[in-house]
Design a binder for this molecule. Structure first.
Ligand code: FMN
Length: 416
């Protein structure tokens, strides 16, 4: 039998008091014994943290029932892995008051009690489960919930944005444009230009099979078209351009060319954001640094795209701090129920704040993921939820109701 350990955190429903918690323990105790699961429940009066140990199939089956239980909500999986031996004693169920460590009900007498006392108070116990439990006791997992339960009500979704299509025949290159929004300002602050083939075909139809020189040339020169299109659409915010660091270095005068073209359209180079991925940056760090120096000198801003998807991550940030970090969609996806992703995003927000880096969550599609990210402090978003990329055009933006409500609250606070 493969032994499995699963830890989740959840928040009790309003109507749940100590009698209900006791009843959960009693019901669960018999079931867990029959399924050979040990269930350890920590409760701090508001949040639960439960460790389930047993065979993988039984643990997952049990989790399904628990997830469907209306006695709690906002369940976030913190750990889900195979272990070599039981860490939490014999099957059954016990409740521990999270703050005091008092075990309220024991199925297996003193042996389990001593396990928990050891677990909770021994600083030398370094198992993952134990460290997660310690973080829970310090209140580290009581985060970002208020907004998820905000009642959706009144204000209709606001639709704002420039809506103007470009005539594709007027340009030698084709682009789709996707807004990046700042929900504090309720504004599209930036549009990202995404290269396409004629008619909106994917980027590889244009970029594949090109020799490096031709690729760098297209990379740079297509951005001139993108800028003209944004100028024609009358968009007045920032413009994000994906550029290979190598293009900026090997195409002589590329930065000057882009800056000059922007100025001729009345676009200040300060509105231009050069986006590169971690891997492109780290592949040839010297080339990247050189390109960055030139772009910064021209007043342009820098953004690391798909942050967390590549290999560079933190080591890149130690040497170079961009203006913006765009957290990769894979980390954002299903963040509402995933503890490790939540912990990563919280840390990105924290270090970015200290370093003065703006954080954008990209690939946001789901409203409850968005609510979590918003509650965690992210204000800049890009993703299908707000608006899809629009070929030779900019789509309108969908503003979710709960943000509209909270923005009122935020602006009241700012005014106060
Ligand atoms: C915080 C919490 C922890 C729970 N832990 C367990 C558990 O370890 N084992 C279990 O069988 N049920 C547990 N339950 C109860 C289940 O949600 C469910 O009510 C019970 O398994 C009976 O399932 P059924 O209603 O489908 O018959 C827990 C419920 C809550 C709210």
């Amino acid at each position: 039998m493969t032994l499995h350990q699963l830890i989740y955190r959840s928040k009790k429903s309003q109507w749940v008091g100590s009698a209900e918690v006791r009843s959960i323990i009693e019901r669960s105790s018999t079931i867990n014994k029959n399924m050979s699961i040990s269930g350890t429940l920590l409760f701090d009066g508001e949040y639960f943290l439960q460790v389930l140990e047993g065979s993988q199939s039984e643990v997952l089956e049990c989790l399904c029932r628990i997830q469907a239980d209306p006695a709690h909500s906002q369940l976030v999986i913190l750990l889900d892995e195979t272990v070599d031996e039981r860490e939490f004693g014999t099957p059954g169920m016990q409740l521990i008051e999270s703050q005091t460590g008092i075990v309220s009900k024991l199925e297996d007498g003193l042996s389990n009690l001593s396990i928990f006392i050891r677990m909770l108070d021994n600083p030398g116990m370094k198992s993952k489960a134990n460290m997660i439990i310690k973080a829970f006791r310090k209140g580290r997992w009581n985060i970002c919930d208020e907004l998820i339960s905000i009642k959706k009500s009144a204000p209709p979704p606001q639709k704002t944005c420039v809506r103007k299509s470009i005539v594709e025949r007027s340009y030698p290159h084709y682009f789709a444009f996707q807004p990046i929004v700042d929900v504090n300002l309720m504004k599209v602050t930036c549009v990202e230009a995404l290269i396409r083939g004629f008619g909106g075909t994917p980027p590889y139809t244009v970029l594949n099979d090109l020799e490096p020189e031709a690729l760098f040339k297209l990379d740079v020169e297509s951005k001139l078209s993108a800028l003209s299109m944004v100028g024609e659409m009358g968009f007045e915010g920032s413009i994000a351009l994906n550029l290979l660091p190598m293009s900026l270095v090997s195409y002589q005068g590329s930065v000057e060319l882009i800056a000059k073209h922007a100025k001729s359209l009345g676009i200040s180079p300060r509105r231009l954001v050069i986006e590169v991925t971690e891997d492109q940056a780290i592949e040839n760090l010297d080339v990247f640094m050189e390109a960055i120096k030139t772009a910064r000198h021209a007043g342009m801003r820098l953004s690391i795209d798909d942050f967390g998807a590549g290999y560079a991550g933190l080591s890149l940030l130690a040497d170079f701090q961009p203006h913006k970090i765009k957290i990769d969609r894979k980390i954002v996806d299903n963040i509402k129920g995933n503890g490790p992703r939540q912990a990563i995003v919280k840390s990105v927000i924290e270090f970015s704040e200290r370093l003065g880096i703006e954080v954008v969550a990209e690939g946001v599609e789901d409203e409850s993921d968005l609510a979590w990210l918003f509650a965690a402090g992210i204000r800049n978003f890009q993703g299908y939820y707000f608006s899809r990329p629009a070929y030779m055009s900019l789509h309108e933006v969908n503003w979710p109701d709960f943000l509209v409500e909270d923005i009122d609250w935020v602006s009241q606070k700012v005014e106060a």
